[in-house]
Design a protein around this ligand. Structure first.
Ligand SMILES: N=CN[C@@H](CCC(=O)O)C(=O)O
Ligand SMILES: [Zn+2]
Length: 444
């Protein structure tokens, strides 16, 4: 980290620092990134999302600078226009030379289940030996297996293992993440999971949103009394969660073998009474009506979408619901690929997320998600980046503060290693292009 060539440092004595501190004045510290090879996903005006053909457009500045003031992006531009006015008003500053490197907004991973007790590699082996994901679930494995293990884990254990996962995804460029409950499936364990997410929110630098997913699977003891479990969610879980302010959103796994459309409608109706907007799992296993019920209940996003036909596209057009595709789950479970090109050609936006969870996508690596998007779904790097930044920020309700390089947004971004260009991020699949991560203006 070199100092700028001109001297703007202001040295103050401990006494004056104390007086400043007493007067609640704050020293202004600016971080300046210079000689950026490509500054990617630049916006002059913040947009909510990009859709259709616009998904293939990405604003990139070549040979650029970026100024961070406290926790926000204050300014950016071309190096040829960089002068002392860029750091006006700074008491202290730090310069980072980004020669040959790319700067991107941090990934917003809008769909994860990253609080879990243990991995499930035995099911991975079972699938290699011929069992399907649905068959494993019917035999009491899958989500119910995770629920059994989570019940036995302490809150501290869950917190520490989830924090380690957050650290891992931070190093891979993710600066915002949505985390779901749903491995509790009882009042006690769902609350335990949500408290863990709350603690992660309070202690992790990442921007975190929390989603209540009590309707993730039907617990065995309710198999023949489904309404009893649904009423447990509506009458006991939701009021408690709302009273303790433990969730931002409500999710339901609306799919074949899990929750029906009418059960989903019943649950989403109840969620809105507590001001919890839906973000739901839909159409992973079939054309089940999940997309339509999600749109009907103004879901912020409908996620998975391996099965999408004309009726689903029609329902999404004109809605404010973000279609979110989870390439990691389709890869790991060998599911049909979501028809993303068809959806974009129809004018829809697409968001991408990792679905980090122990059963269907045991990775939170958004760089790899970009590779899968490009290789399997034939998305261009521009489309994949829009889907993992701006559109996924919308899918977790943080598009006003995250998801792009825009003045006034949070300084949540990453600097890559030396790379030929941003298309090299999905190209070098499996490797980590990230060198430095900046979250809320703090350098990691
Ligand atoms: N599909 C539903 N839920 C998760 C899987 C959870 C699990 O298998 O543990 C998903 O999004 O893929
Ligand atoms: Zn999921």
């Amino acid at each position: 980290m070199a100092r700028l060539p001109y001297d703007k440092w202001q040295f103050i004595s401990p006494t004056s620092f104390f007086i400043l501190y007493e007067n609640q004045a704050r020293l202004i510290m600016k971080v300046i990134l210079v000689n950026i090879k490509e500054l990617v996903q630049v916006e002059e005006e913040a947009r909510a999302w990009v859709a259709g053909k616009e998904m293939n457009e990405l604003k990139v500045l070549h040979d650029a600078f970026l100024v961070i003031n406290d926790d926000q992006i204050e300014n950016f531009g071309l190096m040829q226009d960089f002068d002392e006015t860029a750091v006006d008003g700074a008491d202290m500053m730090m310069e980072i030379d980004c020669t040959g490197k790319i700067v991107m907004p941090g990934y917003c991973d809008s769909h994860t289940h990253l609080v879990f007790a243990t991995s499930r590699e035995q099911e991975f082996v079972d699938r290699i030996n011929g069992l399907s994901y649905e068959e494993i679930a019917r035999r009491g494995g899958g989500i119910l297996n995770s629920a059994k293990r989570l019940e036995q884990a302490s809150e501290d254990e869950l917190y520490l293992s989830a924090m380690a996962r957050l650290d891992e995804i931070k190093q891979l460029g993710t600066t915002a993440v949505e985390i779901k409950s749903g491995y509790g499936l009882s009042v006690k364990s769902e609350l335990k999971m949500l408290r863990v997410i709350q603690r992660l929110k309070e202690t992790s630098p990442l921007t975190i949103k929390s989603t209540f997913l009590g309707a993730h699977a039907m617990p065995v003891e309710y198999k023949n009394k489904r309404q009893k479990y649904i009423q447990l969610i509506i009458q006991e879980m939701l009021p408690e969660i709302s009273q303790q302010g433990l969730a931002d959103y409500m999710d339901v796994f609306c799919d074949r073998g899990f929750f029906s459309v009418s059960e989903t409608a019943q649950l989403l109706e109840a969620a809105w009474k507590y001001d919890l907007q839906p973000k739901i799992h839909a159409n992973e296993l079939g054309l089940t009506g999940g997309v339509q019920v999600g749109v009907q209940y103004q879901a912020l996003s409908v996620d998975h979408l391996e099965h999408v036909g004309e009726a689903e596209i029609e329902a999404l057009l004109g809605s404010k619901t973000m279609p979110t595709v989870l390439p990691g789950a389709a890869f790991f479970l060998s599911l049909p690929l979501s028809p993303v090109r068809k959806m974009m050609n129809a004018g829809l936006p697409i968001a991408l997320a990792s679905d980090f969870n122990p059963g269907s996508s045991p990775s939170g690596n958004m760089n790899f998600i970009q590779s899968l998007a490009c290789i399997n779904y034939k998305m261009t790097p521009e489309e994949a980046i829009n889907a993992c930044t701006l559109n996924s920020a919308y899918a977790m309700g943080i598009e006003k503060s995250c998801g792009s390089i825009c003045r006034g947004k949070l300084a949540n971004l990453f600097i890559t290693k030396v790379l030929p260009g941003y298309a090299a991020i999905p190209y070098f699949y499996g490797s980590n292009p990230v060198e430095t991560v900046i979250i809320n203006g703090e350098i990691y």
